[in-house]
Ligand binder design. Structure first.
Ligand code: FE2
Length: 175
């Protein structure tokens, strides 16, 4: 018997949890970043899912747990998400192959921020985050994305002179 094992008498058997109590707290952005970074270092778990499609980004869900999910996205040069949110989920992504660019609004004047996200780097964000991710490099890219709770909806935005304007919303039935 390991030192952590304890025999539970029948009288201590747990009482049923109330409805909804099984829903676990969302994972933090930092934990999600660790998940995608660890996965990126194990290409045998995802390399066979990489597929380059000319019509649009190719994506495949690799992990579906109660409290988080992980997607692989393959990008050809020029492919992009457009500005979008994550329906209140926290998230993180890392570039496993190639390089991506991330656009977001930030700073004191909510100006446009452009970040290079080369292979080996990761970004993590909270539930209100809106960004546009694109492959502006000359070659393909592969990225890994984790969300907690799993994505339930995603709204799209146009960047106009006055800021971001919400244009549409999609749900899992479109994925
Ligand atoms: Fe995103």
């Amino acid at each position: 018997m390991s030192p952590h094992t304890r025999t539970v008498p029948a009288s201590e058997s747990p009482t049923p949890a109330p409805p909804g109590a099984g829903a676990r707290a969302p994972l933090t952005p930092g934990t999600l970043r660790t998940i995608v970074r660890d996965l990126a270092e194990q290409p045998d778990r995802w390399i066979h899912h990489v597929r380059l499609a000319t019509e649009e980004r190719w994506y495949r869900r690799l992990v579906a747990e109660d409290d988080h999910e992980v997607w692989l996205i393959s990008w050809l040069p020029g492919q992009s998400t457009g500005f979008h949110d994550h329906g209140g989920s926290r998230g993180a992504f890392t570039v496993a192959l190639g390089e991506l660019e991330e656009l977001s609004l930030g700073g004191p004047d909510q100006g446009l921020l452009i970040r290079r996200v080369p292979a080996g780097t990761a970004r993590a964000f909270g539930p209100e985050y809106v960004h546009d991710v694109r492959n502006t490099a000359s070659g393909p890219a592969v990225s890994l994305h984790a969300y907690s709770p799993p994505l339930s909806s995603m709204a799209h935005y146009d960047l106009r002179a006055g800021g971001l304007v919400r244009t549409s919303e999609e749900g899992p039935e479109q994925w």
